[in-house]
Ligand binder design. Structure first.
Ligand code: NAD
Length: 332
């Protein structure tokens, strides 16, 4: 049985090739993103394996189904890039990796928070230039601050626990309150309270019709002046233009983003010799109080190991017509 991988990077190849020794599938690695043109590259594969920026819309799904593909395996948690209705209509299974080391993403959000606050990236460069001055590096104590968490699933829960450990007051908003977190001291409150009271807000909900642009000019108007916004979830959660206005007028004092609305044209590539035509990301990168990382929050050894083993196990179980060991992995 053959599996075609799209958007393949060298580390995908290394991890999947090693874990596949248990399964013996034929693996085909394609660097291109999946779209209606590259779908033609699929030949005799029963499964395709895709990542966050592959475009798995109705047209692509129909092409894949016509080529005999039975399973679309997402090697990630989010699935906003897949038309699940079209997959169902074409009798394709869609699976994902629902929870792989949520700590990996939560800890990256913490890393962004501290980098923005204590300016370690600036200090690193400064000291290398033999500039030992502290001017401009003033930070704040995280201890005692109010941290708002939007979405308290696997990653949001890990982030809440990190923040409790730092002695923060943690406010959370989710469609379902989490009893374990409540018992640990997290207060579940309406979204407006999170927006109005938090010194730092971290987004951990999925991108869907309810959450698209959850940070927009109206919700920004409720924020504490000078607050910090961290987004390691999906770029579409924030209206980037409204956020740029808020950075210019000081309502948002710090912004850390590991995801960006138009990231599929930029992230996961070396564009160091390219003129980037996207003025919005260029503007964002020009602010001294903005930190952009290129969708690397998941990128730890432990997370890649779990992503790889869960993905191949799900493909194997679906091919054999078995129930999935992890039913939350099955979307369709
Ligand atoms: P999860 O499904 O475990 O948790 C999502 C939580 O969001 C759930 O508790 C859900 O009830 C809540 N939610 C849903 N709709 C909401 C709404 N309208 N308002 C508030 N809360 C809402 O998912 P997870 O594993 O914690 O992942 C969260 C997101 O992180 C994923 O959807 C994905 O987009 C993103 N992610 C990013 C990276 C990265 O490398 N940057 C890696 C993994 C996941």
């Amino acid at each position: 049985m053959k599996i075609t991988f799209f958007s393949t990077q060298p580390y995908d190849k290394a991890f999947f090739t090693r874990v596949n020794q248990t399964y013996g599938f034929e693996l085909e690695f394609v660097e291109a993103q999946l779209n209606s043109t590259t779908a033609n590259l699929v030949n005799n594969s029963t499964a395709v394996c895709v990542f966050v920026n592959d475009k798995v819309d109705k047209a692509v799904i129909e092409q894949l189904a016509a080529k005999g593909v039975k399973t679309i395996a997402l090697r990630c948690a989010g699935f906003n890039n897949v038309d699940l209705d079209a997959a169902k209509a074409n009798q394709l299974h869609v699976c994902r990796v629902p929870a792989y080391s949520p700590e990996a993403v939560a800890e990256h959000a913490v890393a962004m928070l501290f980098t923005l606050n204590r300016k370690t990236h600036k200090a690193y460069n400064r000291v290398r230039e033999q500039n030992f001055s502290l001017n401009g590096l003033l930070g704040f104590n995280l201890h005692g601050k109010t941290v708002g968490v939007i979405g308290t699933g696997n990653i949001g829960k890990a982030f809440c626990k990190n923040m409790l450990g730092f002695g923060c007051k943690v406010l959370a908003f989710d469609v379902i309150a989490n009893k374990e977190l409540e018992a640990a001291g997290v207060e579940f409150v309406p979204l407006i309270d999170v927006l109005q009271q938090s010194d730092i807000i971290s987004l951990h909900c999925p991108l869907n019709n309810q959450t698209k642009h959850i940070i927009n000019s109206e919700t920004i108007a409720m924020l504490k002046r000078g607050m910090m916004l961290i987004n390691t979830s999906r770029g579409g959660l924030i209206d980037t233009r409204a956020v740029i206005t808020a950075l210019k007028n000081g309502v948002i004092g710090y912004l850390g983003i590991d995801v960006y609305e138009q990231e599929e044209h930029i992230f996961f590539r070396d564009l160091s010799d390219t003129v980037i035509a996207d003025d919005t990301i260029q503007r964002l990168m020009s602010f001294p109080n903005v930190l952009v990382t290129a969708h690397q929050a998941f990128f730890t050894d432990e997370a890649l190991e779990q992503i790889t083993s869960t993905t191949l196990r799900s493909i194997d179980e679906l091919a054999k017509g078995n129930n999935l060991s992890n039913m939350a992995a099955l979307l369709v």
